[in-house]
Design a protein around this ligand. Structure first.
Ligand code: TYM
Length: 328
């Protein structure tokens, strides 16, 4: 895949987990070679649940530092905070007016999130996939690296793009989701029927990118598996499959290689190996993170530069859209 436009984002709703890395950020880094990438901290998305303003500001900046620590080169790939590029809000409104209630009603994440935040089912939570469609379409992205849980939202972005193009003439590139074959859906360590999530109230359910090595080892040792006693990748064994998938993703090995490596081994051996593989990847990320975060002036400069470069592209799209719909 050469010279495609890549766009992705992450909400600053907590410290990222291993799942965010395996499902998405790992590919953000891999796709940088030979492509034009834009990466954004989706702070406007985070407003769909109540936030403490000072914390939101701080977390947006530390998320940017973490993205750099994960190997994103902000010189090559503009890295920006969503609200610093006002075109995101502008395009979202036009797209809102080209999206049907019925489409949004089908979004499974809306159903999950409104069950979780029953006291605050706001209109933003409902229209959030349209804001996300705008994030993607603003940059004329070809490819959107995400985990499985965002696939439905990328498909909505495709449908909105196609509908808009049909109504107003060719305006948007129609994007494709890019989901890892192994690790597209990393599961909770305490309840492997559920996905791993940075907003889970139980910290043992996820590996935070900033967890200490000893904590990572402890969490994997306690990870819920099953009583089959055999290491194999099989239907109906979500805990086991999850550990194997994480190991493949961390080491770059195929599932076959991994299964051969652990042939005849016990669960304890596998769990230790998975923990070690995760620690090896995460340790340098943590070191870089603290270094980047401590040079606050430089980090703020990077974010400002990213927003300026992103806005140049975004404005071209908003200008075309505003002209087509009769706003300009
Ligand atoms: P967010 O912040 O929830 O998650 C960031 C990325 O991590 C992936 N992910 C997972 N992958 C595998 N297994 C899991 N358990 C898991 N949990 C999360 C997500 O799929 C995502 O790729 N709406 C988005 C952020 C966003 C965005 C965008 C993404 C805003 N604008 C434009 C792509 C394009 C979100 O809430 O992701």
């Amino acid at each position: 895949m050469e010279n495609k436009v890549i766009l992705s984002g992450i909400q600053p709703s907590g410290i990222p987990t291993l799942a965010n890395y395996v499902g998405a950020l790992r590919n953000w880094k891999l796709l940088q070679n030979g492509n034009d990438c834009y990466y954004c901290v989706a702070n406007m998305h985070a407003l769909t649940v109540r936030q403490n303003p000072d914390e939101l500001r701080e977390r947006s900046l530390s998320m940017a530092a973490l993205i750099i620590a994960f190997g994103i080169d902000p010189v090559k790939s503009p890295l920006f905070i969503q609200s610093d590029v006002h075109q995101h809000a502008e395009l979202a409104w036009v797209l809102d007016c080209n999206t049907y209630m019925g489409e949004l009603n089908r979004m499974t994440q809306f159903k999950d999130k409104s069950a979780k935040h029953a006291d605050n089912i706001n209109a933003g939570l409902f229209t959030y996939p349209v804001l996300m469609a705008g994030d993607i379409l603003l940059y004329q992205a070809d490819v959107v690296p995400v985990g499985n849980d965002q696939k439905q939202h990328v498909e909505l972005a495709r449908n909105i793009a196609i509908r808009f193009n049909n109504a107003f003439g060719e305006t948007f590139k129609v994007p494709e989701p890019y989901i890892p074959k192994i690790g597209g859906r990393v599961m909770s360590l305490t309840d492997p029927e559920k996905k791993m999530s940075k907003s889970d109230p139980n910290p043992n359910s996820y590996i935070s990118i900033l967890d200490d090595p000893a904590v990572i080892t402890k969490k994997f040792k306690r990870a819920v598996t099953d009583s089959e006693g055999r290491i194999a990748y099989e239907d109906g064994r979500p805990g086991m499959n999850n550990l194997l998938s994480i190991y493949c993703s961390m080491t770059g090995k195929t599932m076959d290689e991994t299964l051969r490596e652990f042939d005849g081994a016990g669960y304890g051996t596998l769990k230790t190996a998975v923990a070690d593989s995760v620690i090896e990847v995460i340790k340098p990320v943590q070191e870089t993170y603290y270094r980047v975060l401590n040079d606050r002036a430089e980090l703020e400069r990077i974010i400002k530069d990213g927003a300026q470069r992103a806005a140049e592209t975004a404005e071209k799209t908003v200008d075309a859209v505003y002209r087509k719909v009769g706003l300009r």
